[in-house]
Design a protein around this ligand. Structure first.
Ligand SMILES: [Zn+2]
Length: 288
């Protein structure tokens, strides 16, 4: 099914526009292609994140984007972001309460990246359903386009869907401004086209941020989200390692796991014990 014109977003201003031809080309991408692109996973190369709470950035940031052009509005077509542009930040969200100050004090957020995967996402959804946990899925646009039913299933189960670019290029911040914007816009289009609400959250591949990435997220109405508990499950370090890292989560932490980009059987096996154990410790799972 071709991408609906009605879901097109404001266009970047230079030659690297998200084109229908290019969007359609994503449908020809095989899982192996994405797997190779995403095998590096979301973890940053340093292996650790600044876990200190980061204050929210106000509207006076120096990276405030220009008002987006909105040709679809002029044409009377719906635009998922026309009224949702947000102020650009200078830091992503690392902690639950950075984004959700009124969340329970014992709240933690599980984020699940690089899917949807026809193999692992259904298993992840079943596991989350078993323990009555809602999570935040950072989906890759090409995967969303190839697995629309899974996007619907994620949304139907009450999980939040975040934009994780169209093809997960790394290092993301080294792309041109136009390429960065196109990655966000294309993913936003296919996620909405698959039947999910327009994401209001953006996660950069590898947690790789720059002023241009923050500006693009703001332009398309998304808050940048990062993480502070990283079991590096994408590298398949073994179930005990993943379990140990996740079990060290504290109230307010944002946990990173993966359901796409490769073999995620270790992740699933670890979560089978970690999810009920964290709940029994009194932590409350929330979506971002
Ligand atoms: Zn990723």
């Amino acid at each position: 099914m071709p991408i609906s014109r009605s879901f097109r977003l404001p266009k970047p201003t230079d030659s690297d526009l998200p084109s229908r031809r290019r969007l359609l080309a994503w449908s020809t991408l095989g899982a192996a292609t994405l797997a190779s692109a995403a095998l590096a996973g979301c973890s940053d190369s340093s292996g650790s994140k600044n876990a200190a709470p980061q204050p929210s950035d106000g509207p006076n940031d120096s990276f405030s984007p220009a008002a987006p052009e909105d040709p679809s509005a002029a044409a009377g077509l719906p635009s998922p972001t026309a009224s949702s542009t947000v102020a650009a930040r200078t830091k992503p969200v690392y902690k639950v309460h950075d984004l959700l100050p009124n969340a329970p004090t014992d709240a933690i957020a599980l984020t699940i990246d690089d899917g949807p995967s026809p193999v692992y996402t259904p298993q992840m959804l079943a596991l989350l359903r078993k323990y009555d946990i809602r999570a935040t899925f950072s989906v890759v646009g090409s995967q969303a386009h190839a697995n629309k039913a899974l996007i619907k299933a994620i949304a139907a189960d009450g999980h939040t869907i975040a934009n994780h670019t169209m093809s997960h290029p790394q290092p993301f911040s080294k792309r041109s401004d136009a390429q960065i914007q196109a990655q966000l816009a294309d993913a936003q289009s296919v996620i909405v086209d698959a039947g999910a609400p327009a994401p209001t959250l953006f996660r950069s591949p590898g947690g790789d941020w720059s002023p241009a990435v923050f500006a693009a997220a703001a332009k398309y109405g998304m808050v940048p989200i990062d993480w502070d508990v990283d079991p590096r499950d994408w590298s398949r370090p073994g179930v005990p390692h993943i379990t140990e890292k996740l079990m060290a989560a504290h109230p307010g932490d944002v946990l990173l796991c993966h359901d796409g980009g490769g073999d995620r059987s270790q992740t699933l096996e670890a979560l089978k014990s970690v999810l009920p154990a964290l709940k029994s410790k009194g932590l409350t799972f929330v979506t971002l």
